[in-house]
Design a protein around this ligand. Structure first.
Ligand code: AMP
Ligand code: TRP
Length: 341
């Protein structure tokens, strides 16, 4: 098959497993909106409910978290007309292509995934088969749309390499140039927002300490209190970002500020050099409240009409299928799977 030119298309997904944080906003949503606004790509965003159920999810909570995540996308500025927004389980092609990729990917590749090792831990015998196969489903999400660019946080880099490996092996085994070799997009000052209690660990919804993270649902007082109590060192801010090399907690707060203010870490340093934490932290809290409060208010407004959210997702799923179906059909043809006509 002749090499084909791929439409510049962004795909990314977030799991509706509850508890959205500042990390999800700065590391994912804010960048998704920028890519939508840039107008250079078609943008496809997915609430990956099939990924969420690789670990136990209470059904009612999953339903709620899916709608809440949709509200988060919309409140941050994803426009369901300009972007495609839907939940994964409404587009059957994800599970279908994932099966085909289960037969392309190798056990050894999956076993090397650090997320698998972290999540399954010592208890891997008892982990779901879905958790092991998770990266093949993720590759299917991306390649079902022939996506060329995938914005994610640093933690997903290894899964994207595996996606490239699956695409390359499929193309090689079947002698085609059918799937694109997708580019990860990991950029911006806040691709890895760290815990407010420990600058060496990622800010995460699963951290036992609520003080370690800013939740999208936190009110202004809580946000201010969490930044006030954020762990730092006693030194004031130096002249340059490079001078923060051995100060992970300090660096994290600067990165967060830069992400929220839409500027660079160097610019934040230039503005605040010499300041103590007693001065910087309240400014950071004020900025965070200014940026996050309108989003949480808008989420609450959107959540008041669940039927409308469901309509948006159903329409997104229809538009997603329109791209996905021909790609899945072509994949099956390439593999020699017979279809009636
Ligand atoms: P998760 O909530 O872990 O499924 O992550 C959803 C998206 O948010 C992915 O693109 C992650 O890489 C990103 N993300 C989650 N936590 C952080 C964080 N602390 N810093 C930067 N990005 C994050
Ligand atoms: N594994 C990603 C995460 O936990 C979520 C995800 C699933 C995803 N499918 C994707 C991200 C496709 C980007 C592209 O964050």
């Amino acid at each position: 098959m002749a090499e084909q030119a791929f439409t510049p298309r962004v795909f990314s997904g977030i799991q509706p497993s509850g508890g959205l944080t500042l990390g999800n906003y700065l590391g994912a949503l804010k960048r998704f909106v920028e890519m939508q606004e840039a107008g250079t790509y078609e943008t496809v965003f997915c609430l990956v409910d099939l990924h969420a159920i690789t670990v136990w999810q209470d059904p009612d909570k999953l339903t709620h978290a899916t709608r809440e995540l949709a509200a988060f996308f919309l409140a941050c500025g994803i426009d369901p007309e300009r972007s495609i927004l839907f939940n994964q389980s409404q587009v059957p092609g994800h599970a279908q292509l994932a099966w085909l990729f289960n037969c392309v990917a190798r056990m050894g590749w999956m076993g090397r995934m650090t997320q698998w090792k972290d999540k399954a831990g010592k208890n891997s015998e008892n982990a779901s088969l879905g958790l092991f196969a998770y990266p093949a489903l993720m590759a299917a999400d991306i390649l079902l749309y022939h996506a060329t660019h995938v914005p994610v946080g640093e933690d997903q880099k290894q899964h994207l390499e595996l996606t490239r490996d699956i695409a390359a092996k499929f193309n090689h085994d079947y002698g085609v140039e059918f799937f694109p070799i997708t580019e990860p997009v990991i950029e911006g000052p806040a691709t890895r927002v760290m815990s407010l209690r420990d600058g060496t660990r990622k800010m995460s919804k699963s951290d036992p300490s609520d003080m370690s993270r800013i939740n999208m649902s936190d009110d202004a007082d809580t946000i201010a209190q969490k930044f006030r109590k954020a762990r730092t060192d006693p030194e004031p801010l130096p002249e340059t970002y490079a001078d923060l090399k051995d100060r992970p907690e300090a660096r994290n707060l600067i990165d967060i500020y830069a992400g929220l203010a839409d500027t660079t870490a160097d610019a934040v340093m230039a503005e605040h050099a010499g300041a103590g934490w007693g001065t910087f932290k309240p400014k950071l809290a004020e900025l965070a409240v200014e940026k996050l409060s309108p989003i949480s208010a808008e989420m609450a407004r959107i959540m008041a009409d669940e039927a409308e959210i469901d309509r948006v997702l159903a329409r997104g799923a229809d538009r997603a299928c329109a791209i996905a179906d021909p790609i899945l059909t072509r994949t099956m043809d390439v593999m020699g799977l017979v279809r009636g006509s």
